[in-house]
Ligand binder design. Structure first.
Ligand SMILES: [Zn+2]
Length: 138
C-alpha cells in the first residue's frame, strides 16, 4: 500500500531536493538550541551539505527518505512509486550513489559527516542524542 496521498506525493516531488525542507528546519532548530552555529548549503563542499560547522570540520545532511532512498526496513517513506517503477528506481538509486560518493569525498577532505533521515525525526530525543554525540566527538 502506498501511504502517501496523491497531494502529499506531488508536494514531495515538486520540492527541489534538499532545499529548506520541513525536516531540515527541525534539525536546524535542534542544532541551534544546542548552541551550535552553522552555515547553510555550502556550495564548495561535496554534496552541498545542509549544515556546515567550518571550524569543527563537520557537516550534517538532512535527507528526505524518498529522494535519497533511505534503505532501512523501518522506513515507510522511501517507497518507490507504483508507476514508472523503472524510471524512479534508476533516478533514486542514482541519488543514493551520489550521496555515498559525496560522503566519501568529504571524508577524504578531512570532514566528518552526520546524516539525519527524515523518518528519524519522529524520535526527536534520539536525534538530539545523536547530534550531541556527533558534535562532541573529536
Ligand atoms: Zn527513512
Amino acid at each position: 500500500m502506498d501511504t502517501l496521498t496523491k497531494e502529499q506525493r506531488s508536494e514531495r516531488m515538486s520540492r527541489v531536493r534538499g532545499k529548506d525542507t520541513a525536516a531540515e528546519r527541525v534539525v536546524r532548530r535542534l542544532v541551534f538550541s544546542l548552541g551550535y552555529r552553522y552555515r547553510l548549503h555550502v556550495r564548495d563542499l561535496p554534496g552541498v551539505p545542509d549544515l556546515v560547522f567550518r571550524s569543527l570540520r563537520k557537516v550534517i545532511f538532512v535527507h528526505g527518505c524518498f529522494w535519497h532512498r533511505h534503505r532501512s526496513p523501518r522506513c515507510r517513506l522511501a517507497r518507490v512509486p507504483k508507476t514508472r517503477v523503472e524510471f524512479w528506481l534508476t533516478k533514486l538509486e542514482g541519488n543514493r550513489l551520489r550521496d555515498t560518493r559525496n560522503l566519501r569525498a568529504l571524508r577524504c577532505l578531512g570532514w566528518q559527516a552526520l546524516v539525519v533521515w527524515e523518518c528519524q525525526l519522529r524520535d526527536l530525543l534520539a536525534v538530539r542524542h545523536r547530534v550531541e554525540m556527533f558534535m562532541a566527538a573529536r
